[in-house]
Design a protein around this ligand. Structure first.
Ligand code: NOJ
Length: 784
């Protein structure tokens, strides 16, 4: 266990939101500023934008230009009076972490009072909701419903822009195949296609029809690139990866967000094949700008330019600043190196002023696209509209939160139709996460407030009303290790995240067993505190922490039906629960309305339709378990002798739960595949249709996710065993059947070959359609 850093270091590391002082925030009337930078036309062409920005840059001093490259962390970088001075001197480009119009307005007022009156922008980590907290991204991906994913982002943008914010550091689209990594919770899972779809939907939701809209946020996709592949799942570690894997699996989601119009890109903290992303000219100039044609803003991650010295690629701050600006890191988040070093670097000729100008052009371009030159108060307003209570419940979108949350829940087990529960009798609601308003929000919960969260206990009580009785016992702490408690409570100075029950674990379990004995059914919420699945929260075990499994085993001895509700930000090795629970529901961290949504599913008011966006391993040793692995020469074949095949001899090779898996309260059958033809012609515009008939064979209406996978049977390089290429979520009434067709064109067959050309090669392809990655029908066609 690491020693806790001192508070001073903690402040410098602070990424969590902080508010500017109230006194400074007192709303003053907007001064009638006459910015020397004439307001930009509200709507304009690329040419007028360029002309406007060129003119502005032409009138800026070097100091003012460098000022535009500074992204200031409110509450961590400098005291408010100093910040106001810096703003008025035109030495700040944007800020992040202040989240109310009243807090932000004085900052903008100071900026527009500067010599050229260049406005600043306000950014924040709006990742899965703002005031209303939606399920964590892994939960959003579990919906396999891109309208829902887009809606969550749209509502977040409406709420955050109403708080005076212009920009969000999201979507986070790092592919994660190692659940030891705590930030797995922030991303959309393991699959390039699904994550790319979520990336697009999220950018659409944030930016709406234009980032200039009053209710839009500019999306800054992160963390470019490959952050999810850090070695050993240890946060901030190195990434060493073949170019083919990079292009095929890890880069597509960033590209998808950029193609959807994301205005910004945040640069990852990791190195890539020996070169930190922050100083990686190939990544930021050749790939991002030249190859992909990205025209927006790049921002470094928190303190990352400084960290170039710790990576050992820069001798000192001067070299770090030079490397970063030359590589293409436009804005520097939190560290002061651009401010301190760029003047000297430019004056000595070590860095051409044109390099600084290019970076400034992107910062000004983002502000222009956000409509801030036309009106610096576009989102902050002038005070008359400020909400009397920024935390008022009336500012939330509870209906959307509940609807989206219930779509995100994944039913993993349901023996003997334990679920749905009857609304009656006595239900014991047990577990350290049963009544956990902070945890249910998940990490990076923006301006969400725990007091607004509906916990599972509350949701169950409300759903049951006076038709039955709810008993409650905590049953266990989330961890019993004081060092872990201390680690997770780091930085939460006001309210510790983990509040330990001081009783012995035996006493807590005894109380829970007593409640279970008195009940007809036991619902037990176990998993991780939200801080356990967060930045800098890598784990060496994927087991339920603390005494939680002991609690489950004790509850099982009562003989009462045991319903396990998981709350966690990464796949867990819940083998015992898989085999012994009567039902198990994966709920991730379901957000503000989580408790209502979970109760809706447990009582059958909503038929669960979520599917896993990431495979669940059986054990830590089995990692990685992602489904789209490359083919090998000695594969293990189920049912055949395992000797001299690629597997582990102690346990089965298949994951605990495969990618795409999830149950419903009804059943679905999928017919054999019908192909509209046997061959596809290369170079043509044609396509084949692969169709199946899917039938709801059960007694309830429900939704099913049909998944299309392709396998290239033989190619010039080793290809994956299968790859998701399309999916469709459809609602079917009980007994209803429908033909579902997936068009397959040449594009779907393309991949990056050894020369990194994106090509389709002639030959056979297996097309698979099914209900998860391991449960498919198959047919073959040929590309000629
Ligand atoms: C550091 C994190 O890595 C990044 O995701 C976040 O956007 C910034 N801090 C700002 O909070």
């Amino acid at each position: 266990m690491r020693l806790l850093p001192s508070l001073a270091l903690a402040a410098s590391l602070l990424c969590a939101p902080a508010l500017v002082g109230r006194a400074a925030a007192a709303s003053a009337p907007t001064p009638a500023v006459m910015p020397a930078a004439a307001p930009a036309p509200a709507s304009s062409t690329a040419a007028t934008k360029d002309a406007f920005i060129d003119d502005l840059i032409g009138r800026m001093t070097l100091e003012e230009k460098i000022g535009q490259l500074r992204l200031i962390s409110i509450g961590a970088d400098m005291p408010q009076p100093q910040l106001l001075k810096e703003l008025q001197a035109g030495r700040v480009g944007g800020t992040f972490n202040s989240v109310t119009p009243a807090d932000n307005r004085p900052l903008q007022q100071a900026a527009v009072r500067s010599r050229l009156g260049v406005p600043i922008f306000f950014a924040y980590d709006v990742v899965h909701g703002h005031r209303t907290v939606f399920p964590i991204s892994l939960g959003l991906a579990s919906t396999w419903d891109m309208d829902a994913v887009e809606r969550a982002a749209r509502v977040s943008a409406i709420e955050a822009s109403a708080d005076g914010l212009d920009m969000t550091f999201a979507p986070m689209v790092d592919i994660s195949r190692d659940p030891r990594w705590g930030r797995t919770s922030e991303g959309f899972g393991e699959d390039p296609f699904l994550v790319s779809q979520c990336a697009r939907a999220t950018v659409r939701g944030f930016q709406g029809t234009s980032p200039a809209n009053r209710d839009s946020l500019m999306a800054v996709v992160k963390h470019f690139a490959l952050y999810g592949a850090v070695e050993g799942g240890r946060d901030y570690n190195t990434v060493d990866m073949s170019p083919m894997r990079m292009f095929q699996d890890y880069l597509p989601p960033y590209r998808a967000a950029i193609d959807a119009g994301a205005g910004g890109v945040m640069i990852a903290l990791n190195s890539i094949n020996g070169v930190p992303a922050t100083s990686n000219r190939w990544l930021l100039r050749d790939l991002l700008r030249k190859q992909w044609g990205f025209k927006g803003l790049t921002v470094s991650d928190h303190g990352a330019i400084d960290e170039l010295m710790r990576h050992g690629v820069a001798r000192d701050g001067r070299e770090a600043a030079k490397l970063a600006i030359e590589a293409g890191a436009d804005m520097s988040m939190h560290d002061a190196l651009y401010l301190e070093q760029l003047p000297g670097l430019v004056k000595s000729g070590a860095v051409p002023v044109s390099v600084v100008d290019d970076a400034v052009r992107e910062v000004l371009g983002a502000k222009y696209d956000l409509g801030l030159f036309a009106d610096p108060y576009r989102r902050i307003g002038h005070g008359e509209q400020d909400p009397p209570d920024v935390d008022a419940d009336s500012r939330l979108h509870r209906g959307d939160a509940r609807d989206i949350a219930r779509r995100s829940l994944v039913l993993l087990e349901n023996r003997n139709q334990t679920l749905p529960l009857k609304k009656g009798g006595t239900i014991a609601v047990i577990g350290p996460l049963a009544d956990a308003p902070i945890d249910i929000m998940g990490s990076w919960s923006a301006a969400g407030k725990a007091k607004h969260s509906v916990t599972l206990l509350q949701g169950m009580r409300e759903a049951l009303g006076d038709r039955g009785r709810v008993l409650h016992a905590r049953g266990a702490n989330l961890t019993d290790d004081p060092r872990v408690v201390e680690y997770l409570n780091f930085l939460n100075w006001d309210t510790p995240e983990l509040v330990q029950d001081k009783r012995s674990s035996g006493d807590m379990i005894e109380e829970a067993v007593k409640a279970a004995r008195a009940a007809d059914v036991v619902v037990v919420a176990v998993g991780e505190s939200r801080g356990m699945s967060h930045e800098a929260s890598s784990r060496t075990s994927l087991a339920l922490p603390g005494e939680q499994e002991t609690l489950l085993k004790a509850l099982k001895t009562t003989g009462k039906p045991l319903v396990v509700v998981l709350m966690n930000g990464r796949p867990l090795t819940v083998n015992w629960a898989k085999d012994n629970a009567d039902a198990m529901l994966e709920t991730w961290y379901a957000g503000t309305e989580g408790g209502h949504a979970i109760a809706d599913v447990l009582f059958g008011d909503y038929n669960p339709s979520g599917r896993l966006p990431i495979s669940f391993p059986r054990s830590l040793g089995q990692i990685p378990t992602y489904y789209n692995q490359l083919r090998i020469g000695r594969p293990f074949t189920p049912g055949k002798a395992p000797n001299y095949t690629s597997q582990y001899f102690e346990e089965p090779l298949e994951p605990l739960y495969p990618f795409g898996y999830g149950l419903s309260y009804t059943d679905f059958s999928v017919s054999d595949i019908t192909l509209s033809g046997q061959a596809l012609q290369r170079g043509g515009n044609g396509h084949l249709d692969a169709s199946v008939t899917v039938r709801n064979t059960g007694k309830r209406d429900g939704e099913v996710v049909l998944q299309l996978y392709l396998q290239d049977v033989s190619a010039s390089v080793v290809r994956p065993v299968k790859e998701l290429k399309d999916f469709r979520k459809i609602a079917l009434k009980a007994g209803e059947s429908r033909v579902v067709s997936f068009p397959i064109d040449e594009d779907k067959l393309k991949f990056f070959n050894a020369q990194l050309e994106y090509v389709a090669e002639p030959g056979d392809f297996n097309v698979q359609i099914g209900l998860d990655a391991a449960n498919v029908r198959q047919k073959t066609f040929v590309l000629r």
